[in-house]
Design a protein around this ligand. Structure first.
Ligand SMILES: Cc1cc2nc3c(=O)[nH]c(=O)nc-3n(C[C@H](O)[C@H](O)[C@H](O)COP(=O)(O)O)c2cc1C
Length: 355
């Protein structure tokens, strides 16, 4: 069992995570995996109440369940099983079973974020339905929904709203510092760390890379912003985010830690299925997390103008995705795109076997 669990976890940690923070570690006892969150891994401003990390954990848990089927094992998940251990996200019991290997298994190590410009080609109804079917498989139909918008005008409005947060990030001293703290500029350093946000995965051209480097210094960023940098970045990203087949949102009924795990599980199945269908996928979620921070009563980091801007732009998403009383756990774009030039690397799983 020990070797099998090592294999399962080595595949599972290919899950996405905010800024490639990989906020997990594992303890294993016999056939039980205890999955722990590392709460300091991700951006402390936008990862409000660990919600971003829990989406990553949802992806990780879904990957464990999928990988387990390859070894005729079924993963039984218990979320947040011990109130006293708040970093213990899940207890996963692996039971012998005659399950068939999950059809998404081959894509566990192929899934990745694609930040390139997407082609202006829509998905077919069959493709859209195949992606929506994946959500049903996690058995939480009343907890998670998936919505796509492929109307060009609406995509433009959503792209503009999604990118509005980037203007704020580049003008906000703390968010600016957190953004650049996680950037890894050298391929060699990234190969060693296998964690964090490698500049190559941002798919910048030479000019963009140079300007981004200049803006990494706060004093220079102030000057560049006076020349219009933050506004220009948001404008360019608006175009990028509305490029592609559709923009999408994963909707949950309310802000609970479990619902964010369900959202992550749903996101991972949709993303793996997208990979199987040859579709590129790019989470674009900072606006949703900034808004969550404000409504959770921790909006202290934003001034009034920034707060208004975040809330009004989230409202655009809320209205166009027709969210009603629910909330957007995360948003993304999906479509056909050229292959990425660099992929995020992942650290070996940190596993402690206990007797
Ligand atoms: C909760 C969550 C939020 C994310 N938000 C963004 C985002 O706003 N912009 C972005 O470019 N990537 C975003 N990502 C993608 C991560 O940066 C990416 O998963 C990570 O760098 C690892 O790369 P990979 O997906 O290729 O494995 C998000 C991922 C997760 C799980």
């Amino acid at each position: 069992m020990k070797e099998t669990i090592e294999k399962i976890l080595t595949l599972a940690i290919n899950a996405p995570s905010g800024d490639n923070s990989q906020p997990w570690r594992f303890e294993v006892k016999d056939n039980i995996i205890f999955v722990f969150n590392l709460p300091k891994s991700d951006n402390p401003i936008l990862n409000i109440n660990q919600r971003g990390s829990y989406i990553g954990h949802g992806g990780l848990l879904e990957n464990i369940s999928i990988a387990a089927t390859k070894f005729q094992l079924q993963a039984q998940l218990e979320l947040f099983p011990d109130e006293r251990q708040k970093d213990l996200v899940a207890k996963v019991v692996l039971c012998d079973s005659h399950v068939e290997t999950d059809a998404l298994f081959p894509y566990l190590s192929q899934r990745h974020t694609n930040r390139r410009k997407y082609k202006n080609i829509k998905m077919t109804l069959e493709q859209t339905n195949a992606l929506k079917q994946e959500i049903i498989k996690i058995g939480q139909e009343n907890k998670v929904r998936l919505i796509f918008i492929d109307d060009d005008e609406k995509k433009k409005l959503i792209g503009r709203a999604m990118s509005s947060i980037e203007e704020i990030i580049l003008q906000h001293k703390d968010l600016h510092a957190l953004l650049f703290k996680d950037i890894i500029w050298s391929k060699k350093v990234f190969a060693k760390l296998k964690k964090g946000f490698y500049i190559g995965t941002m798919e910048f051209n030479l000019m963009q890379k140079f300007v981004f480097f200049l803006a990494s210094n706060w004093q220079r960023a102030i000057w560049l912003n006076k020349l219009g940098l933050a506004k220009m970045v948001a404008k360019e990203d608006a175009k990028l985010y509305s490029s592609g087949a559709a923009v999408g949102a994963i909707i949950i009924p309310e802000d609970t830690q479990e619902n964010f795990i369900f959202a992550g599980r749903a996101m991972e199945r949709v993303w793996l299925k997208a990979t199987a269908l040859g579709l590129a996928f790019h989470p674009v979620s900072a606006l949703c997390f900034a808004r969550l921070r404000i409504v959770a009563g921790s909006g202290d980091v934003f001034d009034n103008a920034q707060t208004d801007k975040i809330l009004s732009n989230y409202q655009v998403l809320h209205d166009l995705f027709n969210v009603g009383n629910n909330l957007i756990a995360m948003s993304f774009r999906i479509g056909f795109a050229p292959p990425v030039r660099a992929k995020a690397l992942k650290s070996q799983p940190d596993v402690k076997f206990i007797n």
